[in-house]
Design a protein around this ligand. Structure first.
Ligand code: UDP
Length: 236
């Protein structure tokens, strides 16, 4: 079967792993997310994952407490490592090899990021999990997704959100809101649409990395995307 995308960078927020909870990880949701990764692997798609940490900690939330922002951001990056560890085990439990590449060195827990190693591992069928964001404060895991996607020569960055794409208005508030199937990078800037944070978005634009915004909990959405079917919103 011919696939439109053979190597993808899949980004989801830490909150996507919380299920109905307010904090942390939900076991059933983790398995649900990993089953989408499994479906991709079964098609032969190479998968790199970037996970956020917002279900545990965000650097900005500690402001005013005496803890510096840079420390808070390091704590946020550590939160992404916690999520990566959980994902790694569930992925392996579902019989796929997985490796964590962390932007912060944590001996005995993860490997350092090296694009060549990652690409070889992907070709051997490993799922690569990119932890600790970019490794620098004041960035987000969206930026890490853009960066890692470009570095590993992914065909596309798939950004999972709660809504199945970008709409003309907020579909929760406006029943006439329509999903936009496709947008150019310039459309996003002119219309001030929220696709990713601006640093991430500009990186993708400058490196011609397409982005698809979609709902990971919509059955088979990710499969439809790699087959080239209309799903979510493509920005390119
Ligand atoms: N973070 C950071 N640098 C990065 C990526 C993340 O400092 O390159 C920190 C930042 O504090 C952020 C937290 O890690 O709030 C969790 O990441 P993010 O907010 O992107 O997670 P998400 O909202 O996607 O769950």
């Amino acid at each position: 079967m011919s696939l439109k995308y053979e190597r993808v960078l899949l980004k989801f927020s830490g909150e996507a792993l919380m299920g109905d909870g307010q904090f942390g990880l939900d076991a059933q949701t983790l398995r649900q997310v990993v089953s989408e990764v499994k479906a991709l692997r079964e098609l032969g798609v190479e998968v790199g994952l970037v996970v956020g940490g917002g279900n545990i900690f965000r650097g900005a939330q500690i402001m005013g407490s005496g803890i510096q922002r840079t420390t808070g951001d390091q704590m946020g990056m550590m939160a992404t490592v916690i999520n990566a560890l959980a994902l790694r085990d569930v992925i392996e439990d579902m019989e796929m090899p997985a490796v964590i590449y962390s932007a912060m060195g944590i001996e005995g827990v993860s490997h350092g990021f090296n694009a060549n190693h990652v690409k070889k591992g992907l070709a051997e069928g490993q799922v690569a999990i990119f932890a600790a964001g970019t490794g620098s404060p004041f960035f987000t895991t969206d930026t890490a997704a853009a960066l890692r996607g470009i570095e590993i020569d992914a065909d596309i960055v798939l950004k999972a959100t709660k809504v199945d794409g970008i709409y003309t208005a907020d579909p929760a508030k406006d029943p006439t809101a329509e999903r936009l199937a496709e947008l150019s990078y310039d459309d996003v800037i002119q219309k001030n649409l929220q696709v990713m944070d601006m640093t991430a978005f500009v990186l993708c634009r400058d490196h011609k990395m397409p982005i698809r915004v979609f709902d990971m909990f919509k059955k088979d959405a990710v499969i439809r995307i790699v087959k080239g079917e209309d799903e979510g919103t493509l920005v390119h």
